[in-house]
Design a protein around this ligand. Structure first.
Ligand code: PLP
Length: 384
C-alpha cells in the first residue's frame, strides 16, 4: 500500500467513495425493482434478471465488505443464520464438519439437529485447543471446520493461523464466524481462512434495526459458486431497504467498534475488583486464557463483548439484570446501546453457559455511566 491509498476506515466512512452515476447522489438510491428488462434480442446485458439472484442495492455494501475483509467476493443474506447455514447446505450428505463446543447457540442447535438429520456428520470440538481441533478432523472426510472467535458467550479465542493449517492439511475449509471481532479487529482471510461469516444484524449494521447476514470468500472458487447458487435457490436474500441501512451502518463501523472496545475494556477492568462478581470473561484481560492469542490476531482492541459471573448464582445474575437503569435487558449485540442478558435462559438445558453468567454488549455510551449503572445494580442485588 502506498501512503496515498486510503485506509479501510476511510473507505468505510465513504462507502468506498462511490457516487451515483446518474444523479451524483452521495447516498445511494434504493433499488426496489424485483425484475429487470431483457434486451430485444433476448439477452440480459445488464447482468440482472430477477431480484432473488441480483439486486443492485447489494453492490455497494458487498463491495465494501469484500474490501474490509480483504476477500475476493461477498454475499449478503437475510440473516446471519441464513448465511451460516448456507455454508453447510452447500455440502453433501455424509460430509464431515467440525464445529465449536462454545459458539452461537442457535447455529450449534441447528447443526446438532437439522444438519445431522440431513446427513451431515458433525463433530463438536474445543476450538480454543489446537490439539482438540487436530484430533477432531478426519483427513479427506472433513469438508468444513467452523470457528467463532471470540466465541459466544464465554469469549474463548481460536488461534486462526493454527486452525487454518489443521483444516487445510485435512483437505477442509476453515470458515470463521467473525461477527464479534468485526473486520476492524480481525481479518480472518489474512490468516488463511477460506470463508468469513457475519451476522450483519450486529456490528456491521450497528443500530438494532435490521436482520442481515454476510459471507466473504478468500477465493472465487467452485465452492463459492455453489454458495451463490444456494442463495439464489434457497431465497434467503436481504431486502433492498435493509441493504441500504446496512451500508449506512457500515460507514460508522470503525468509530463505533473502537469506542465499544474501549468501553468494554474499561468495564471489564472495573468489574474485576467488584466484590459481587466471581469472574470477568473478556479477552482483553491479561488473566483470560485467550489473551495472548487475541493480542496477536486482534488489532486495536479485544471487542465490545464480555461476560460476568455473579456471586450468588442464577438468581443473583437475573436480579442484577433486573436492577440496571441504563443498560437494556435484551438479546443481540453490537449496537450503539449497551445490552445485558442472562444468557443461560436463552440457550436452554444443553448450554455450556454457566447459570450465573450475564452477557454484556458494550455500546458507545459514556463509559462512566455504564460502569456506575452496573456497579449500582450489583450492589442493590446483593443487598436483596
Ligand atoms: N453468529 C453470532 C456470533 C451471533 O451472535 C448471531 C446472532 O445473535 C448469529 C451468528 C446469527 O445471526 P442472526 O441473528 O443475524 O441470524
Amino acid at each position: 500500500m502506498t501512503r496515498t491509498d486510503p485506509t479501510r476506515a476511510t473507505l468505510a466512512a465513504q462507502g468506498l467513495g462511490r457516487v451515483d452515476g446518474s444523479t451524483r447522489a452521495i447516498s445511494p438510491p434504493i433499488h426496489l425493482s424485483s425484475t429487470f428488462e431483457r434486451d430485444p434480442d433476448n439477452q440480459y446485458r445488464s447482468g440482472r434478471a430477477y431480484i432473488r439472484a441480483d439486486n443492485p442495492s447489494f453492490d455497494q455494501p458487498e463491495a465494501l465488505l469484500t474490501v474490509l475483509e480483504g476477500g475476493a467476493g461477498s454475499m449478503l443474506f437475510s440473516s446471519g443464520m441464513a448465511a451460516a447455514t448456507a455454508v453447510f447446505q452447500a455440502l453433501s450428505p455424509g460430509d464431515h464438519v467440525v464445529a465449536p463446543k462454545v459458539m452461537y447457540w442457535s447455529l450449534r442447535d441447528w447443526l446438532l439437529g437439522f444438519a445431522r438429520n440431513w446427513g451431515l456428520d458433525v463433530t463438536i470440538a474445543d476450538m480454543t485447543d489446537t490439539g482438540a481441533i487436530g484430533r477432531a478432523v478426519r483427513p479427506g472426510k472433513t469438508k468444513v471446520v467452523w470457528a467463532e472467535t471470540p466465541a459466544n458467550p464465554l469469549w474463548g479465542i481460536t488461534d486462526l493461523a493454527a486452525a487454518v493449517e489443521i483444516a487445510h492439511q485435512a483437505g477442509a475449509r476453515l470458515a470463521v464466524d467473525s461477527t464479534v471481532a468485526t473486520p476492524v479487529l480481525t481479518q480472518p482471510i489474512d490468516f488463511g481462512a477460506d470463508i468469513v461469516m457475519h451476522s450483519a444484524t450486529k456490528y456491521l449494521n450497528g443500530h438494532s434495526d435490521i436482520a442481515a447476514g454476510a459471507l466473504v470468500t478468500r477465493t472465487d472458487d467452485e465452492f463459492w459458486q455453489r454458495l451463490k447458487t444456494a442463495r439464489k435457490q434457497l431465497g434467503g436474500v436481504l431486502g433492498s431497504f435493509e441493504a441500504w441501512l446496512l451500508l449506512r451502518g457500515m460507514r460508522t463501523l470503525f468509530p463505533r467498534v473502537r469506542l465499544a472496545c474501549a468501553n468494554a475494556q474499561r468495564i471489564a477492568e472495573s468489574l474485576q475488583s467488584n466484590p459481587h462478581v466471581v469472574q470477568v470473561l473478556y479477552p482483553g484481560l491479561p488473566g483470560c486464557p485467550g489473551h495472548a492469542i487475541a493480542a496477536k490476531q486482534m488489532k486495536g482492541g479485544f471487542g465490545g463483548m464480555l461476560s460476568i459471573r455473579v456471586k450468588g448464582g442464577e438468581a443473583a445474575a437475573v436480579g442484577t439484570a433486573a436492577n440496571v437503569r441504563i443498560w437494556k435487558r435484551a438479546t443481540s449485540l453490537g449496537s450503539t446501546e449497551s445490552l445485558i442478558e442472562h444468557r443461560a435462559s436463552v440457550e436452554g438445558p444443553d448450554t455450556p453457559c454457566p447459570p450465573d453468567l450475564l452477557r454484556l454488549s458494550a455500546g458507545i455510551e459514556d463509559a462512566d455511566d455504564l460502569i456506575d449503572d452496573l456497579a449500582a445494580a450489583l450492589a442493590a442485588q446483593s443487598r436483596g
